[in-house]
Write a protein that binds this ligand. Structure first.
Ligand SMILES: NC(=O)c1ccc[n+]([C@@H]2O[C@H](COP(=O)([O-])OP(=O)(O)OC[C@H]3O[C@@H](n4cnc5c(N)ncnc54)[C@H](O)[C@@H]3O)[C@@H](O)[C@H]2O)c1
Length: 219
């Protein structure tokens, strides 16, 4: 990862890809500066939060001028490692995994699913999108050859932990876990868990208990 010197809060870091995508669009339409109010309207984050976020990396907007789009873009590109291509492995080519293979991540950023793995005979050896599906028996070998450091887990939950243990042994540092299993990993591995049921429940809870305005203050 580049830019190790910049330590920003996790909540801010999570919003960076959102800002980045919007700034890229602004840049392609020829815009040179943007106000926090404009950004706020576009990315639906309140402008006080945007100003605080940007202050962490020294982008201090000027009153009446706003932020320089080029400066912000080059900062984000470095911070989000957009100059480097990160090759990702997808494990489990079922309903969810197949959908991810057909979705071209590269349109948005520099992460790309480079290889996929499964155990099912009818999947191994096929190509989905332009990605080849390898057998799990070859996982360690292929991951090393392709220099993979990030994996997406879309296998049945009961296999998630043992696969995670194997991934940690070949130095995969990031796991995006779509299975309901809670994973135990060494301190050098980072897991992001995406649980659609929990997200939906929390959305419904927020709709019931907060107005949208209150939620923005909480952010
Ligand atoms: N489908 C969804 O909408 C959805 C949504 C949220 C979470 N999930 C979770 O994502 C995971 C995958 O869901 P799905 O619907 O794609 O399931 P699926 O049954 O369609 O696909 C699972 C795939 O994993 C493969 N597999 C089984 N054991 C394996 C192993 N040991 N190593 C490698 N591959 C193996 C199977 O051959 C199959 O291709 C599940 O844990 C599920 O709970 C699914």
């Amino acid at each position: 990862m580049s830019n190790d010197t910049v330590k920003i809060p996790q909540a801010t870091a999570k919003r960076l890809p959102l800002y980045y995508r919007f700034l890229k669009n602004l840049h392609s339409s020829g815009k040179q500066r943007v106000s926090s109010a404009e950004l706020s309207e576009a990315v639906k984050v309140d402008s006080a939060t945007i100003r605080r976020d940007f202050s962490y990396f020294g982008a201090l907007g000027k009153k009446g001028y706003g932020y320089n789009v080029n400066y912000l873009l080059s900062f984000f590109r470095k911070t989000l490692d957009q100059d480097e291509l990160t090759n990702v492995a997808l494990i489990g080519v079922g309903n969810l995994g197949t959908a991810f293979l057909n979705y071209n991540f590269l349109k948005n950023n520099n992460t790309k699913i480079a290889v996929a793995f499964d155990v099912a005979e009818d999947k191994v050896g096929t190509t989905i999108g332009d990605i080849t599906v390898f057998h799990m028996d070859d996982m360690e070998k292929v991951i090393k050859e392709e220099n993979i450091t990030v994996a997406i887990l879309t296998v049945p939950a009961q296999f998630a932990q043992s696969i995670t243990d194997r991934l940690a042994k070949v130095d995969v540092k990031g796991i995006l876990n779509f299975t309901p299993a809670r994973l135990t990993v060494p301190p050098t591995t980072r897991v992001h868990h995406i649980d659609l049921a929990v997200e939906l429940q929390s959305l419904v809870y927020f709709l019931k208990h907060y107005t949208v305005d209150e939620e923005e203050v909480v952010e």
